[in-house]
Write a protein that binds this ligand. Structure first.
Ligand code: NAD
Length: 443
């Protein structure tokens, strides 16, 4: 099939590459000229394992191409995915400016039947708005009369995780499609046929709700584990064992029960905010989700307080940070918990030295006054403590004996419960995890 994807970001690019890989001919449009130029040269502008290797041969075989111009790319395909950003407004509501812009672009450039698929995460009932926008902006001669053209809108929310995006796309737990015509259903089934996965087929509003519900539920699980971790610290229980004990129960499951410094990234914080706003507007304020968000904020504050408890005066203390990205295997810094934590420590006068394997360049606009080490060893040298804020696999394999000896004080705060506490203690470190049953002073 010929498929056009609008927006070549984390989701659009992965979707484009993977759909080309499973046999379609894909054109990706992005209005960012610099990004598109890089892509046309076969360079992936983001860090996503395996993506560039997969992309290059597909471009050579002319199954995948990149452009900044709409006309030809809209004409060429029957199926058009919208994968532009849907950031938060100040109120928390989703800002759908890019989606609206794109809907208008499609309308003024289409000359035959199109299936317009929302892949961006959008509030329930956005499908109807896209439909209206396209109708309103279709040239009059194509809206009515003999040359009238048809179109359908569909919803196909994306569940991939950055860092594991290709595997998530190729082997999804399910594909959700929200459709309101047989034609739209047939086309989307055809798009995904090669994946041989379970399809959940429903109407557009329900598909949009599935995305709200899934992300909010995962955020709730994380906040539940984080709230437990606070109580664990106060009563001398170990959250790792508590989560294991809960997680073996198949009704609960172990995933997303990891306590830490809270969720971040480009999705959970904004999607939880957007769902809270939607729930308020709908007349059923989702109070539970407000608490999920509060717990997430408190978790970062509690981590800063723990560091403060142990270091006492933060002014002029040098704090080494390992990991900045919101999660491992990505360079994405959007809403990374490291940003709030570093800013709070800086506010108290601490000096920050940081290292991340991939996210340094993206972190610079968010972090002022931070010095960057060339590797974890250079970063830790002379520090009064170390914070592990992203669980990159390479941080497990470091020589902590050497690191501890080079520090002012061998003190480590493991914000992800990722390292082996006993090993670190054997290497001379004072270790603090999250909710590991060691009460914080002055809770
Ligand atoms: P992104 O910011 O990385 O990419 C969006 C792209 O759209 C950018 O390259 C931007 O230049 C382009 N764009 C904006 N306006 C445009 C226009 N008018 N014409 C052409 N291109 C335009 O965002 P992302 O992380 O890929 O997220 C996209 C959507 O997918 C969001 O709604 C997000 O919530 C959702 N989502 C993201 C993830 C994830 O892990 N990143 C997972 C699931 C769903």
């Amino acid at each position: 099939m010929n498929i056009t994807i609008i927006g070549s970001g984390y989701v659009g690019l992965v979707t484009g590459v993977c759909l080309a890989q499973i046999g379609h001919r894909v054109i990706c449009i992005d209005n960012d000229a610099e990004k598109t130029k890089k892509l046309q040269q076969g360079k992936v502008p983001i860090y996503e394992p395996g993506l560039e290797e997969l992309m290059k041969p597909l471009m050579k075989k002319k199954r995948l191409s990149f452009t900044t111009t709409f006309r030809a790319a809209i004409k060429a395909s029957e199926v058009i995915f919208i994968a532009v950003g849907t950031p938060s407004k100040k109120s928390g509501e989703a800002d759908l400016t890019y989606v609206e812009n794109v809907a208008r672009e499609i309308a003024v450039n289409m000359d035959s039947y199109k299936l317009i698929v929302e892949k961006s995460t959008v509030p329930a009932a956005t499908g109807k708005r896209i439909e209206r926008t396209v109708k309103m902006n279709l040239p009059k001669k194509l809206r009515e009369g003999k040359r009238r053209i048809e179109f359908d809108v569909a919803s196909n929310p994306e569940f991939l995780r950055e860092g594991a995006a290709i595997d998530d796309f190729m082997n999804p737990d399910r594909v959700v499609i929200g459709v309101e015509s047989k034609r739209a259903e047939r086309l989307l089934r055809e798009v995904y046929k090669p994946l041989k996965t379970h399809m959940v087929v429903t109407n557009i509003n329900s598909a949009e709700m599935i995305k709200h519900a899934a992300n909010s539920f995962l955020a709730t699980k994380i906040s539940f584990a984080n709230a437990l971790s606070q109580i664990c610290d106060r009563v001398g229980a170990d959250i790792l064992k508590v989560a294991d004990g809960m997680g073996y129960d198949r009704r609960i499951g172990r995933s997303f029960l990891n306590a830490g410094i809270g969720y971040g990234g480009s999705c959970f914080p904004k999607d939880v905010d957007a769902f809270i706003r939607l729930s308020e507007k709908s007349g059923y304020p989702f109070e539970l989700l407000k608490e999920v968000r509060n717990i997430n904020e408190q978790q970062k504050a509690a981590f800063v307080k723990l560091v403060e408890d142990k270091l006492w005066i933060l002014k002029n203390k040098v704090i080494g940070v390992l990991g900045l990205a919101f999660k491992p295997d990505t360079d994405d810094m959007r809403n990374a918990p490291s940003i709030d934590i570093i800013r709070a420590l800086q506010h108290e006068g601490a000096r920050i030295k940081a290292y991340d394997p991939q996210a340094v360049a993206n972190s610079r606009p968010y972090l002022k006054g931070v010095t960057y080490g060339k590797d974890p060893y250079a970063t830790a040298k002379g520090c009064d403590c170390l914070l592990l804020l992203t669980e990159w696999a390479e941080f497990k394999k470091l020589n902590y004996k050497k690191i501890g000896q080079s520090m002012n004080r061998a003190l480590i705060f493991d914000g992800r419960n990722f390292l082996n506490d006993k090993d670190l203690e054997n290497n001379g470190f004072e270790y603090h995890g999250i909710g590991r049953g060691r009460p914080v002073e002055n809770p």
